[in-house]
Structure formats: structure tokens, C-alpha cells
Design a protein around this ligand. Structure first.
Ligand code: TXA
Ligand code: MG
Length: 349
């Protein structure tokens, strides 16, 4: 299959192009598109055949449900059994934006899209290109992140092309994304709303709107013993090719430990990488040092994390080290992704 790549900088001058993209979805094809979180791999959410194609293109197990993307609140009612009060509150506060809600599905949504579940994940993205594309596609676009299964989610078109060229009909290149980590997922089907995946919309922000919110205990723990509630969270996602270790402790000890480790690897001829904050980055001696910005600016770190992991792959780095983060605010999402990328390998110094 030949994959067409189109560049869309703004939605006005490219209306016709986006309509072509929408028509591909309507005919059962697949199109990757930018959102404010990461790039998505879209197909018609109401067409079981399209969802099957998505799993195939990603090489993803088909028990891992997809998120249905909508562009208009009016499109919510037809795909769910009921709209609870909490869903309306969250939609008002955070849609369009990086929040996904789990609700009981209606018969309109095929089980292929929900991985066999009676519930459906729904998100209304804020990215203007995503919005225009979803509208052009008929209103319901099922989309996982546009990476091959097991790789970090793509935050630029370059990495979508690397993973998806030849596997899908079209890629919409809309530059880099804003947030860089996948949306926060909240389950509204249990008695108490529960965060299944942390993201830019934090526990604190959700608590302000809902009064209280539970957090799936597997988010920051090694989930090899307890199954996480979002099926996709059980996979060792976000994984770079090399081995990543998170190092926590006082800054000077962290630097000393990482430098000692990289020295050992250098002697064996193994390439090393570090993700460090600008406060101490100049002190690292690894082959590739990625500066994640100031420790104070966690949003900047979030935006770059997946790119760093992909770059380490491009550079054939065999052993990587990352500083640890606080788990408050967006730090919860950062540590969740770092821990997964590291397969929960954490060293305390
Ligand atoms: O930011 C995002 O959410 C991106 C962009 C493209 O919108 N999408 C994304 O999709 O991250 P994906 O497929 O990579 O992750 C979807 C996650 C998986 O962990 C999946 O198991 C979970 O959502 N999920 C989907 N439907 C669910 C359901 N009905 N119940 C529980 N978890 C569900
Ligand atoms: Mg994904």
C-alpha cells in the first residue's frame, strides 16, 4: 500500500485535503492525524471492519479497546447507553481536550472497536486539525496512538511515517503535538469515578470537578500481579529498544551513580544515554544526553519524553538512565510512562 502524506498547517486553506482524508475513513480506510496529545491512527469507529484494520496496522492485540474520537457533544448520546451527570460535568470542564471517559456503549458501537467490552472510551480532542478531520470523516473516529504496538506514541509526523508508512492510506502531518503524553482516562461506569491512565488532566483537576476520584492502583506500581483496569495499560508500552533505568535520590548522588554506570558500559563498548534536567545535565558523561528542561517545568518534559526515547532508538543506545520525578500533578503521568518504559526498573541511591 502506498501511504500518502499531506501537510496541514491550518484548517482553512486545507479544507479540501481534509475532506479527502475524511472520505478515506468513510470508505473504510485508515488515516493518521495529529491531536493535542499524540498522533492517532484513525478509522471509522462504527465500522467493525475498520477497527480490525487498525489492530492489524498497529500489530496490536485485538482485546485492547480503541478510543472513539468525536468533534461535537451532540455526537455523544448515540454511542452511549446513558449520559451520567459526572460525564456532563467533565465534558463541560475539559472537552474539547486531553480527557477520555469510559461509559456504557450503545449498540451503534461494534465490539471490534471496544475490544469486546460493553463500555466505550470517548474523547473530544481540541486540536483544530483533529476536529476538522473528525467532522469530515462523519463524526466518529476510532483511534489508538499511531505507533506500532510496543513503541513510544508518536509526537511528530516523522515517527508516524517511520511506523506506519505502507500500512495505512494517509498521514496528516500537522507538526509536533502540544502535550506529548496520551489523554487522561476516567472510568465513569464504576460507583466512584476512577483514573485508569494519568495524563495532562490531573487527579487534582478531576477532584475539583467531581468532588472525589479514585486512582487505579496499578498506575505507579509494578502491575505484573494485579491487572490494570484499562486493558492497554498491561502491556509494556512506551518501550525503547535499549534498557532504561530510573534513578532516584539526591541530585549529586544520582549524577554520580549514572556517571559510574555509563563508565562501566563505555569500557564494554556499549552506548549510553541520559535524560536529565537542565540543573545538572552538564555534569553527565553519557554518549547522548537529552536535556529535559528545568525540573520546575514538567510540561516541557512531558512534551519531549517520547521523542527522547525514539531518538535513543535512532542512536542505537543500549543503556539509558532517567532522573526520577515527583508524582504530583502531571508528574503522575510522567512517572507512569517512565516506569512503563523502564519495565519498573528503579534504583534508589
Ligand atoms: O491521547 C490519547 O488518548 C490518544 C490520542 C490519539 O487520542 N489515544 C490513545 O489511544 O492513547 P490508545 O489506544 O493508545 O490507548 C487507549 C487506552 C488503552 O490503554 C485501552 O486499553 C484503554 O484506553 N481503553 C479503551 N477503551 C476502554 C474501555 N472501554 N475500558 C477500559 N479501558 C479502555
Ligand atoms: Mg497507545
Amino acid at each position: 500500500m502506498i501511504t500518502r502524506v499531506i501537510r496541514v498547517e491550518n484548517t482553512d486553506s486545507t479544507k479540501e485535503l481534509l475532506q479527502e482524508a475524511g472520505d478515506i475513513i468513510k470508505k473504510g480506510g485508515l488515516v493518521a492525524f495529529p491531536t493535542e496529545t499524540v498522533y492517532g491512527l484513525g478509522g471509522d469507529a462504527l465500522n467493525s471492519q475498520s477497527s480490525r484494520k487498525i489492530y492489524e496496522a498497529k500489530g496490536r492485540p485485538s482485546d485492547n479497546p480503541l478510543i472513539v474520537h468525536i468533534a461535537d457533544l451532540e455526537h455523544l448520546a448515540p454511542i452511549v447507553k446513558e449520559i451520567p451527570e459526572n460525564a456532563l460535568k467533565l465534558a463541560k470542564a475539559f472537552w474539547p481536550g486531553p480527557l477520555t471517559m469510559i461509559l456504557p456503549k450503545s449498540d451503534l458501537v461494534p465490539f471490534e472497536t471496544t475490544g469486546g467490552l460493553d463500555t466505550v472510551a470517548i474523547r473530544m480532542p481540541s486540536h483544530p486539525v483533529a476536529k476538522a478531520f473528525i467532522e469530515a470523516a462523519g463524526g466518529y473516529v476510532a483511534a489508538p496512538s499511531a505507533n506500532l504496538s510496543g513503541k513510544p506514541s508518536p509526537t511528530t509526523a516523522k515517527y508516524v511515517i517511520q511506523d506506519m508508512d505502507g500500512r495505512i492510506d494517509m498521514i496528516i502531518d500537522g507538526d509536533g503535538v502540544d502535550i506529548g503524553l496520551e489523554s487522561t482516562i476516567v472510568d465513569l461506569t464504576s460507583k466512584e469515578p476512577m483514573i485508569l491512565r494519568p495524563g495532562y488532566i490531573t487527579e487534582e483537576m478531576l477532584t475539583r470537578v467531581l468532588g472525589s476520584v479514585a486512582v487505579d492502583q496499578t498506575i505507579l506500581s509494578d502491575n505484573s500481579k494485579v491487572a490494570p483496569k484499562a486493558p492497554g495499560m498491561k502491556y509494556r508500552h512506551y518501550a525503547p529498544k535499549g534498557e532504561l533505568t530510573i534513578v532516584e535520590g539526591d541530585a549529586d548522588k544520582v549524577v554520580a551513580y549514572i556517571n559510574a554506570e555509563t563508565e562501566k558500559h563505555r569500557k564494554k563498548g556499549e552506548k549510553t544515554g541520559v535524560i536529565g534536567t537542565s540543573e545538572v545535565a552538564a555534569l553527565y558523561k553519557a554518549d547522548s544526553v537529552k536535556i529535559a528542561g528545568s525540573r520546575e517545568n514538567e510540561e516541557l518534559f512531558a512534551r519531549q519524553l517520547y521523542t527522547f526515547l525514539r531518538e535513543f532508538d535512532d542512536e542505537d543506545i543500549a543503556f539509558m538512565y532517567a532522573e526520577s520525578y515527583n508524582t504530583e500533578g502531571i508528574g503522575q503521568a510522567i512517572m507512569n510512562r517512565l516506569l512503563k518504559a523502564a519495565g519498573h526498573k528503579v534504583v534508589t541511591v
